[in-house]
Structure formats: structure tokens, C-alpha cells
Design a protein around this ligand. Structure first.
Ligand SMILES: C=C(O[C@@H]1C=C(C(=O)O)C=C[C@H]1O)C(=O)O
Length: 272
């Protein structure tokens, strides 16, 4: 490596606090923004050294390590992962899944199959297709597009964060900073956790700046980042991650035998 660290992050509002100060804190970081699913593919291709990737892709790869203490998680409603449906859960026979998603796409299938006992047909919803045009019973949207979506043609709008926590009593983790095998982060190691503190302290300014681009209310954006999304990866989030892995594995959506918590520098992780 030439000293640069190629980092890819999600391009949604929920990620802004994690990247606000990142390249100031670690100038060797070269940051690019992409859809969660594409970040996972780019990390696998060796095009990134670190990616904020969907947790299910971290399970699937089996060889990445985690940056401690940072995630994108919810402890109840998430507001930006919504299954819009024309019919109640148990009657859903076809579903279109946001192509940007991998974690929530698998979560929707876990809820449908394991919690509600259905086996719907699954298809992908491309990013440029308006969700209103889809003929399936249900459609999963994530990120900024989910926050804006109204979809009056769908009678139900299920919040998957809420569904998960009502069901399991645990937080739900959507994404983690995953480090590709063989990458040495050197001095940039601590920047990810420091950037989280830096960004959260500026949530109001981030909301005021980003809200007009999103067509959302600034106060709503602020509370989404400070009260709805949680950015820690503590014992409760890890318990949620373990439970999600078990469900995903049982449905063949993740491989067998994955050890869920593999820290990048276990020697730097205290009290675990
Ligand atoms: C909570 C969210 O988390 C995102 C959901 C992801 C997924 O479903 O694969 C991946 C990354 C997260 O940024 C969201 O974007 O709404």
C-alpha cells in the first residue's frame, strides 16, 4: 500500500455523522460514497480497504474484521427501512427489494418467512424505478428514498427496525465498518470512532445543511440522526447481530459457522 486508505461509505443521511470529520482526522483516508450493496461488492473486489457495508455481507465474506464501537443501528423504529405493502404481512405473496440494500433485504425475508410463515416471490427494485410503479404486493425501500416515500397505493407501511425490536427485544445493526483482510490501518485506526463523536456533536449543522437537498425538514433530519439512528456497537447491538446472523443462517441467507465478532485490532478493544 502507498499510505492511502480507500474508504467507502453509504451515501445516505444516516451515515453523515460517521464521515463528517473522517478525512480531517485521518488525511490519508480517501473517501468515496456509494450504495450499501455496491460498497460490499467493491470491498470484495479489493477496490476499497474499508467499507461501511451491510452486516449480512460481512457474514457472507467471513474474512473481514470490524472496527469496534461504531455501527448504524436502531433500537426500535428506524424510519428509513420501510416495507410498504398492499396487504397485511401474512398475505404478502410477492415483494420487491431495494437494490441498494442487502441487510434489510435479508431482514424482510426473515420477517416474512420466519416470523409470518410466508414464502413470497422475491424480485429486485432498481434504484431508478419509482416504487409506485411496482406491481408486487410489497416493496422494501431503504435510506433517503424510504424517508421521503409516501406510496399512497400501499395500505401498510411497516418499519422493519420496529418489527425487529418488537419481536426480539434487541437493537438491529444495519451496517458496520469492515476492514478487508490484510489491510493495516496504521494511525487511521482510531479515526473511525473519533469521527463518530465529532459528527454527532455537529448533528444540528449536518441536518441544516443536508435537509434542503433531501427535501426534508431540518428538525426531522436532526432527530433522525440523534434519537432514531444509534451509532454504537455495544453488547446489546452485538446480541442483536448474533440473533440476526442465526436467523439469516437458518434460511441460507448467510453461511454456516461464521464467528460474528471479529475485531480488526482485538488488542485495542477493552473490556470485552
Ligand atoms: C438504516 C439504514 O441502514 C442502511 C441499510 C443497509 C442495508 O439494508 O443493507 C445498509 C447500510 C445502512 O446504511 C438505512 O439506510 O435506512
Amino acid at each position: 500500500m502507498d499510505g492511502r486508505i480507500r474508504v467507502g461509505a453509504v451515501n445516505y443521511l444516516n451515515t453523515k455523522p460517521l464521515i463528517e470529520g473522517l478525512t480531517t482526522l485521518a488525511p490519508e483516508i480517501e473517501l468515496s460514497l456509494d450504495l450499501p450493496s455496491r460498497l460490499a461488492d467493491r470491498l470484495a473486489d479489493g477496490d476499497l480497504d474499508v467499507g461501511l457495508i451491510p452486516v449480512v455481507e460481512y457474514f457472507r465474506a467471513g474474512r473481514y474484521t470490524l472496527i469496534p464501537d461504531v455501527s448504524i443501528a436502531s433500537r426500535g423504529p428506524v424510519l428509513s427501512v420501510t416495507l410498504f405493502s398492499r396487504v397485511p404481512w401474512a398475505e404478502i405473496q410477492s415483494v420487491a427489494l431495494d437494490v441498494g440494500s442487502r441487510t434489510s433485504a435479508a431482514l424482510a425475508q426473515i420477517l416474512l418467512r420466519t416470523k409470518y410463515g410466508t414464502r413470497p416471490q422475491v424480485q429486485s427494485l432498481p434504484i431508478d424505478i419509482p416504487a409506485d410503479d411496482i406491481a408486487t404486493d410489497a416493496v422494501l425501500l431503504i435510506g433517503d428514498r424510504a424517508m421521503r416515500a409516501c406510496l399512497p397505493g400501499f395500505a401498510f407501511a411497516y418499519d422493519l427496525g420496529q418489527e425487529w425490536t418488537d419481536w426480539t427485544g434487541l437493537p438491529f445493526v444495519y451496517a458496520v465498518w469492515a476492514v478487508r483482510d490484510g489491510v493495516d490501518l496504521g494511525r487511521a485506526e482510531g479515526a473511525f470512532a473519533r469521527a463518530k463523536e465529532y459528527g454527532l456533536a455537529r448533528a444540528g449543522a449536518i441536518a441544516a445543511r443536508e435537509a434542503p437537498h433531501l427535501g426534508l425538514d431540518p428538525g426531522y433530519c436532526r432527530r433522525y440522526m440523534t434519537n432514531i439512528i444509534h451509532y454504537d456497537l455495544g453488547p446489546r447491538e452485538l446480541a442483536g447481530l448474533e440473533q440476526y446472523y442465526a436467523f439469516a443462517r437458518d434460511l441460507g441467507l448467510a453461511p454456516e459457522g461464521v464467528s460474528v465478532v471479529r475485531y480488526h485490532r482485538p488488542d485495542l478493544v477493552q473490556s470485552r
